[in-house]
Design a protein around this ligand. Structure first.
Ligand SMILES: NC(=O)c1ccc[n+]([C@@H]2O[C@H](COP(=O)([O-])OP(=O)(O)OC[C@H]3O[C@@H](n4cnc5c(N)ncnc54)[C@H](OP(=O)(O)O)[C@@H]3O)[C@@H](O)[C@H]2O)c1
Length: 249
């Protein structure tokens, strides 16, 4: 029996990385999947890669009008929703002393306001038994040099998951988080960094992980699948850390 047979799923930020791997896995498990991305380029590439796997829609998670349009479409095309993966996120790194205000606003807009806008719009469509999964980050529980603003946005998202879980219990909807450690998704290469710099960061991060390697998007997708499916039917408000032991070992 497939774990998401007949389920309707929306993955925000599903055009690359962890969201893309999750879209493929959820499809393999029997779901009808719709993914979003904000840039025309990632949407176009994903439309080619996910042909016959998922619908790919351009929708900026931090833009209320885009989010409204997205869920009008979900309502029209899918009717109801069984799984919502709040996955879209961005990283900006710099020490607090040098952190740019626009970067601060961008990070909180995508990583916190986005999940709020999307969940608010999705609530009327979430059917009893539905599961919401947010993608937080293991940085939300530690102090990480240069990662403070990103980590703070993910700590706020962790808090948001708890309250959402409390508010949606009556509706029969569970809300949990998957909290990845450094994962080889390409996210580190997205800033204005040279290939050498990216390699240096990846090697540094791998050296800090007891398993001595980065995670793979497919490994995070499997943790998200556990939370999305009925396998986690007695869990809500929880966060699963998948970080190769970085914060626990
Ligand atoms: N990789 C890691 O080491 C790691 C660790 C912990 C947590 N995470 C979290 O995992 C999630 C996925 O990240 P990833 O590593 O898979 O990175 P990624 O490959 O960069 O994927 C990010 C996805 O989000 C989309 N996105 C970005 N801004 C968006 C917006 N405003 N509206 C809609 N979609 C948007 C991107 O598409 P566009 O480019 O088209 O916008 C892309 O599909 C993020 O929340 C991230 O914080 C990642």
């Amino acid at each position: 029996m497939k774990k998401l047979e007949g389920k309707n799923v929306v993955v925000t930020g599903g055009t690359t990385g962890i969201g893309l791997a999750s879209a493929k896995l959820f499809h393999d498990e029997g779901a009808r999947v719709l993914v979003t991305g904000s840039s025309a380029k990632s949407v176009e590439l994903a439309q080619a890669e996910l042909r016959d796997v998922a619908e790919v829609v351009r929708s900026d998670t931090g833009d209320p009008a885009d989010v409204r349009a997205l869920f009008e479409r979900v309502k029209r095309d899918m009717g109801g929703l069984d799984v919502l993966f709040l996955n879209a996120g961005i990283v900006r790194s710099a020490p607090i002393a040098a952190f740019d205000e626009k970067d601060f606003d961008d990070v909180f807009r995508v990583n916190l306001k986005g999940p709020f806008l999307v969940l608010r719009a999705a609530i009327p469509l979430l059917r009893p038994g539905a599961s919401v999964v947010a993608n937080t980050s293991m940085t939300n529980g530690i102090g990480m040099l240069g990662g403070g603003i990103y980590a703070a946005s993910k700590a706020a998202l962790r808090s948001f998951v708890r309250t959402a879980a409390a508010e949606l219990v009556e509706q029969g909807v569970r809300v949990n988080a998957v909290s990845p450690g450094p994962t080889d998704s390409g996210i580190i290469a997205k800033g204005e960094r040279s290939a050498t710099e990216v390699r240096g960061i990846e090697e540094y991060l791998a050296s800090k992980i007891p398993m001595k390697r980065l995670g793979r998007p497919e490994e995070i997708a499997r943790a998200a699948l556990f939370l999305a499916s009925d396998d986690s039917s007695f869990m809500t408000g929880e966060e699963i850390v998948a970080d190769g032991g970085m914060t626990r070992v």
